[in-house]
Every structure is written in structure tokens, then in C-alpha cells.
Design a protein around this ligand. Structure first.
Ligand SMILES: Cc1cc2nc3c(=O)[nH]c(=O)nc-3n(C[C@H](O)[C@H](O)[C@H](O)COP(=O)(O)OP(=O)(O)OC[C@H]3O[C@@H](n4cnc5c(N)ncnc54)[C@H](O)[C@@H]3O)c2cc1C
Length: 496
């Protein structure tokens, strides 16, 4: 039976894992070891709705305190400067895989021509608003589910560390230098200063170093380099002056990859994710600075590899966060994987009175592997469909990107268009994007399809009225700045 858990690493993954374990299984002794010499990665600032759901619904953390200390802003989705349209938006609210009253076809057939305002979130994004106004609460923001956060990595880490310590998690400063093996896997972590830290169970949250899973246990790494070709990012931001705080992340097509724009309250964070086989670091920095003249003249270069370890739970070690795997940040999915993996681990501990056996471990590995692979396939689809630029890098993406489980969907789409029947081709287990995500990419990029069902004038008018209603509602909504002001007013009360 597991009683003592040692977590190596206090980045956002280690801290979220520590809080999740301690909050849900308070009898566990949870210790976190970290090295301030090594520090945290310092990038990873966009989330999906899974993060607020994990923090406030699953963990029931205090919203007022979290907002005051971590200072997140809201993200309704991603604006893609991608494909032939000026832009299209992928929101966290369903856009294209539902049915509408009085419309006989799937929504994608109507959205083909004009993609704006196809859901309330997409209408809000179109109008630069974060939330509609509450119909009864004096125009206050209606902060419902379906939003994500932009949060500065260091502020998130500082906030989570305080919360973990208050829950009873112990923190030790020190650099891991090796391990002592035992019959169950690892018996103890050995620190460079000579300390020996024994535990029943180890959670490897050491980031890309993957000290326990990768280095000590030598679990093989399965690269995603046939699907995702980017492996570096230049990162640099600037203090906000007159720029409005946008309620979304921008993903902009670049010569050899794409660039994010993430919106903090006082800071704009930009980063260019690129393929080092297609462009040198110097040329990537030059392109980045040319397009972002406010960025610092020596932006930071971060290297990464997309892929995952074959198993993320081996013997008595489970890896969570970048130590388990990493899928490049196009959909800002890493914290979602951390939350999901931490919940699965807790569930397996709960179901077995903290004595999970080999069957649970195998199931965990299958779940974690599927989840990573499904994210990989969705990101690969982004690259495969983007026709914005016609240079060697983007031709290579269109021709050679492997789509894994989404290939049958693309082939069927080319014939059937955005039919809801395509749902049957979506790998269902551990798929965070459903049919909506791929449909938004296909429609957004204007991927050609054969089927052209007749749309009557009446149906076209109904569709346009629906969108116009949403856009009218959205324009009366609150900007991020207005909504931040509202939640900081003395009258504001968070709903639990
Ligand atoms: C370019 C880029 C952009 C990204 N964008 C996003 C995004 O938008 N959204 C998102 O969710 N994620 C993003 N990520 C991923 C993001 O980095 C992670 O989600 C998140 O920060 C978790 O990191 P981590 O805790 O796994 O690792 P880290 O932050 O690297 O933490 C590792 C911890 O382990 C400790 N450690 C390591 N080795 C030792 C040792 N030997 N001894 C003692 N301690 C040790 C370190 O001190 C540190 O505390 C991005 C990543 C990259 C590379």
C-alpha cells in the first residue's frame, strides 16, 4: 500500500500533481523535491478549459484567491491566421458538430462561406469581448463554463506552491543525482548533497530532463517527428501599452512554423515555434523580430522534442508533465494532460485503496498513450491543411505530415464535406477535440469537398439570423479589461 509519495520537480506539473494527490488523498505523505538552480521551464502560458475545471470543479480551490494571486486572463479559443481566410476561430464552445432547429443540414455546410459568429464564443471573439452580460446582475459578466486561461508560468507556479504547502505538502530543495533501485522499482532518490530520500511511489515531474522515467528507468521515447516537424521556439514579449487585451490566443502562420500571441493583463507574450531543419535559429529570430518590433532584441531560444515515452507509468514511477511527453504548443494542451493524468492516477489509487497493481498500471499507460496520440493527430491536421504559404516547409507539411487516426476522417471529408456522420470516424477514447475540432480545421482552411447539398434561401436566411443574433449579443458583452474590473469590485461574489 502506497503511503509516501515523492514528487521530483516543482514546475506546474509537479505542483498540480502534488495538490491533486494531497487534496483527494489527504492521508498520503507528499514530498516535493526541486532545484532552484535548475528552475522551471518558464514557458507554458495558455490553457484549455480543462485547467479551470480541474482547479475549481475537481479540486474546489478558492477562485477569489486564485484570481488575485495568479492573475489569469480569459481565453475563449484560438484565432488562426491560417489557410486562405483572413482568419478563423477555434473556440472551446461547440461550433460545428451540433444540430440547429429549422436547419436540415449540418452547420458546417452553412458556415463554409462565412465562419464568423457560429457560436456565442466565436461571436464574442469576433467582437473582441470575453463574456456576455448577465441578464439580471446589472450587466456583470456572465462567466460560465467553456473558457480557458492565459497565465504567466511563474505566477502560476508561485500560486500553486503556496496552495500545496497549505495543504500539507512538504518541499525540499536539492538536486537529484541518482536513484537506488529496489524490488518495486526505485527505492530512494539520491540527492547530490548526499541525502537519501526513500518513498513507496515516485512521480517524475522533472520536465524535459525526465530524470526518473527517462534517465533512471531508461524507458524508450517514441518520437512524433513524422507528424510534427517543429522542435524549437523563440520566445519574447513586451509590456502592454495601448493594445487591447484580446480574449483569445493568436496562432499566426510563419515561414517555418507558427507564432503564438498570448494575452496577459500587463504583458504580451509572443513565441515563434519552428522547424530547425527548415530555418536556422538566426533566421527564425530575424523573422520573429521583424514581425514583432516591440520584442526584446535577443529573444530566448527553447528546444523541445514532440513525442512521449512508450509507457509513462513504469514500476513505481509515474511521469506527469514534460517528463512524460510533450506535444508542441499549438493547442496549449500540456496542462490539460497534466490535469487529466493526475485525475486518472488519483482514481486508480482510490479504487485500489492505494495499492494499484499491474493491471491498473497497464490501463493507465494505454489511457495516457491514447490521449497524447490523439492530441498529436489533431495538431498534425493543423499542419496538413494549412495552404497559407507555399514555401518548402509548408509544402512538406501538406505532403508528408502523417495524420495517424485522423486520416480516414480527412479522406471521408473530401467526399462528404462537414457531415455529422463523420463522428463515427473519430477515435473516441481519450479524445479532447471530438468531431468539432477537426471540422473547424477543415472548414476554417477551406479544405475542398465534393458533396454540395442544396441550401435554400430560407435556410440561408435562418443561418444568417442565428449568427446575427449572436453577434448582437456579443457586441454588448464585456472586454477582458471590463471583466477584470468587475471581478475586482467589492460587490463581486464568485459562484461556487
Ligand atoms: C515553447 C513551449 C511552449 C509551451 N506552451 C505551453 C502552453 O501554452 N500551454 C501549456 O499548457 N503548456 C505549454 N508548454 C508546456 C509547459 O512547459 C508545461 O505545461 C508546464 O510548464 C509543465 O512543465 P513541467 O512542470 O513538466 O516542467 P518544468 O517547468 O521544467 O519543471 C521541472 C521541475 O523539475 C525540477 N528538476 C528537474 N531536474 C531536477 C533534478 N535533477 N533535481 C531536482 N529538481 C529537478 C526543476 O527544478 C523544476 O522544478 C510549452 C512548452 C514549450 C517548450
Amino acid at each position: 500500500m502506497i503511503q509516501n509519495v515523492l514528487i521530483l520537480g516543482a514546475g506546474s506539473a509537479g505542483l498540480l500533481a502534488a495538490i491533486t494527490l494531497k487534496k483527494k488523498l489527504p492521508a498520503l505523505t507528499v514530498t516535493v523535491v526541486r532545484s532552484s538552480d535548475i528552475g522551471v521551464i518558464g514557458v507554458g502560458e495558455g490553457t484549455t478549459p480543462a485547467t479551470p475545471v480541474h482547479l475549481f470543479e475537481y479540486l474546489q480551490l478558492d477562485k477569489a484567491r486564485f484570481y488575485a494571486e495568479a492573475e489569469p486572463t480569459w481565453k475563449l479559443g484560438i484565432r488562426l491566421l491560417w489557410g486562405p481566410r483572413t482568419h478563423f476561430d477555434y473556440t472551446f464552445h461547440q461550433q460545428l458538430d451540433g444540430r440547429y432547429e429549422n436547419l436540415s443540414l449540418a452547420p458546417g455546410f452553412y458556415a463554409d462561406e462565412d465562419f464568423r459568429g457560429v457560436s456565442i464564443a466565436s461571436a464574442l471573439m469576433e467582437e473582441g469581448r470575453a463574456f456576455p452580460r448577465h441578464p439580471r446582475a446589472g450587466g456583470a459578466p456572465l462567466i460560465n463554463a467553456g473558457f480557458a486561461f492565459h497565465i504567466e508560468n511563474l505566477k502560476l507556479v508561485a500560486t500553486l506552491e503556496k496552495i500545496a504547502a497549505e495543504l500539507g505538502v512538504t518541499f525540499l530543495e536539492g538536486k537529484a543525482g541518482g536513484t537506488e533501485r529496489g524490488p518495486q522499482g526505485i527505492a530512494a532518490l539520491l540527492l547530490e548533497d548526499g541525502r537519501r530520500l526513500a518513498a513507496d511511489f515516485f512521480v517524475d515531474c522533472s520536465g524535459f530532463r525526465s530524470e526518473l522515467l527517462g534517465r533512471a528507468l531508461e524507458e524508450p521515447f517514441a518520437s512524433y517527428d513524422r507528424a510534427l516537424f517543429c522542435d524549437r521556439a523563440v520566445v519574447g514579449g513586451w509590456e502592454r501599452t495601448t493594445e487591447p487585451i484580446l480574449p483569445y490566443t493568436i496562432a499566426e502562420t510563419m515561414e517555418a512554423g507558427w507564432a503564438w500571441q498570448i494575452e496577459h493583463e500587463h504583458h504580451i507574450n509572443r513565441g515563434y515555434v519552428y522547424c530547425s531543419q527548415a530555418i536556422s535559429d538566426e533566421a527564425a529570430c530575424e523573422e520573429f523580430l521583424r514581425k514583432n518590433p516591440k520584442a526584446p532584441t535577443s529573444p530566448r531560444v527553447v528546444k523541445f522534442r514532440s513525442g512521449r515515452y512508450q509507457r509513462t507509468w513504469v514500476e513505481n514511477v509515474v511521469a506527469i508533465g514534460n517528463s512524460a511527453g510533450f506535444v508542441e504548443p499549438l493547442e496549449a494542451s500540456a496542462l490539460m494532460v497534466v490535469a487529466d493524468t493526475s485525475q486518472t492516477l488519483v482514481q486508480m489509487f482510490e479504487e485500489t485503496a492505494c495499492a494499484p497493481g499491474a493491471a491498473k498500471r497497464d490501463l493507465f499507460n494505454q489511457i495516457a498513450g491514447n490521449y497524447f496520440d490523439n492530441i498529436r493527430d489533431f495538431l498534425a491536421l493543423h499542419y496538413k491543411l494549412n495552404t497559407r504559404l507555399d514555401n518548402a516547409f509548408w509544402k512538406h507539411c501538406r505532403e508528408d505530415t502523417e495524420l495517424g487516426g485522423l486520416l480516414p476522417l480527412l479522406e471521408a471529408y473530401r467526399k462528404m464535406g462537414p457531415s455529422l456522420e463523420l463522428q463515427k470516424l473519430i477515435p473516441s477514447s481519450g479524445n479532447p477535440y471530438g468531431l468539432d475540432g477537426p471540422l473547424v480545421m477543415l472548414l476554417g482552411n477551406r479544405t475542398p469537398y465534393e458533396a454540395r447539398p442544396h441550401i435554400t434561401g430560407a435556410e440561408r436566411a435562418t443561418w444568417n439570423n442565428l449568427r446575427a443574433t449572436l453577434l448582437t449579443l456579443a457586441i454588448k458583452g464585456l472586454t477582458v479589461k471590463d471583466a477584470l474590473h468587475a471581478i475586482r469590485s467589492p460587490q463581486w461574489r464568485w459562484q461556487s
